[in-house]
Design a protein around this ligand. Structure first.
Ligand SMILES: [Zn+2]
Length: 231
């Protein structure tokens, strides 16, 4: 069972910092003095200490944060106008830049509701009414459907439309990377190059010689090449 605990001051400070830094976009939240509560969600663990289920999920997929607007009854009982829940297991391991990005994402979900005339709508307690902003892009894809139906699948069509915007928001630098990707698409040329490389090393090491190639600070396993006749 997921358990909860009020976030410490550091989270509030981070949120205030974001409102200040991006005050243009957060102006309605600032001027209406909308109150946001922050709460940590903790996943339950089994006896071995393994997580039974993620603290927060959205459509069954683990989510680092979640935002909801609080109902009138909760507001009357002294709660905020909205609530941001953060996955503490994620938060504890995440660097500050990632924490800030998630916090900014969650706060961006909050919109101050206004009348057609542009007046802030308020509840019976004279607190600003908030609503949730939808994502610009929401992705729900199955790899197998993309494979079965190719360009006719929503998966491929949505992927293409994300790229049509030049990939500038979600895939910056993609065009520069394309050249490299073209190379990866040619497995036979890579294979040939690798084989040539290994043959060359084996030859220069000679029988009995060996060399270990490793990449420091990475998960790539070291590879040992022993000298001798070309394979
Ligand atoms: Zn979201």
């Amino acid at each position: 069972m997921t358990t909860y605990k009020r976030c410490d001051e550091s989270v509030h400070k981070m949120a205030l910092g974001l409102l200040e830094e991006f005050s243009d976009s957060y102006e309605p939240l600032i001027t209406t003095r909308a109150q946001v509560d922050f709460v940590f969600a903790y996943a339950s663990h089994d006896k071995q200490g393994f997580t039974k289920a993620p603290a927060l999920t959205h459509h069954g997929i683990r989510a680092p944060g979640q935002t909801r607007v609080l109902p009138l009854k909760d507001r009357a009982m002294g709660r905020g106008d909205a609530e941001v829940t953060l996955d503490h297991d994620w938060w504890a391991d995440a660097p500050d830049e990632q924490r800030l990005a998630v916090l900014d994402h969650e706060l961006h979900h909050l919109v101050v509701d206004k009348t057609a005339a542009g007046e802030v709508k308020t509840d019976d307690l004279q607190r600003p009414l908030l609503k949730l902003r939808k994502h610009d892009t929401q992705v729900g894809w199955f790899k197998i459907i993309a494979a079965r139906h190719g360009p006719a699948s929503q998966e491929r069509m949505q992927a293409a439309s994300l790229m049509d915007e030049g990939g500038q928001y979600f895939f910056p630098g993609f065009t520069e990377e394309q050249q490299k990707l073209e190379y990866v698409k040619e497995p036979s040329s890579v294979k040939t190059a690798t084989e040539k490389f290994v043959r060359g090393i084996k030859k220069s090491l000679g029988p009995g010689g060996s060399v270990t190639i490793s990449v420091p600070h990475s998960s790539i396993k070291p590879v040992t090449i022993t000298g001798g006749a070309a394979a």
